[in-house]
Ligand binder design. Sequence first.
Ligand code: FES
Ligand code: FES
Length: 179
Amino acid sequence: MADTTTVAAPKVAIQVTVNGNTYTAEVEPRLLLVHFLRDNLGLTGTHVGCDTSQCGACVVQLNGETVKSCTVLAVQADGGDVLTVEGLARNGEYHPVQQGFWEMHGLQCGYCTPGMIMTSYALLERNPNPSEEEIRHALEGNLCRCTGYQNIVRAIQYAADQRANGGTSGAQLAEDLPG
Ligand code: FES
Ligand code: FES
């Protein structure tokens, strides 16, 4: 009977900038970006909801593009620039999108929330004043099993208002919340 030899998969050296910090690592070629962020870097704000590209819980920005990080290999991010939900706050202040989810109760269990926030961030970067229809269209790749989406839409409207006007109509949005 022939001998069996176990061969370790060769690792690949990568360098990735995440939230302004540059990391080098040796990773297996099959490692997904989401697992690199969570397991290698400890950035567990990026969630895995499905692993099949359905739910959007893993959304991050890679080189300024919105990606589902369960569909990207870590080696594909080599030399790249990644922004995760942990990188949105500045000087201890929430980003307006984060503030919007807080103020408008845009979450319940919170599992979808990091992906929702990153998708919302990308939407407002390219369209600072989206209509409700445009917001709902932008969220089509993100699934939420809890909220019914209404308060997520309000959270994004709040964030858009914060960015444009310093939040002059945010109080009205809050007043309109049911209950
Ligand atoms: S974990 Fe990536 S889309 Fe669901
Ligand atoms: S808040 Fe629970 S899945 Fe969205």
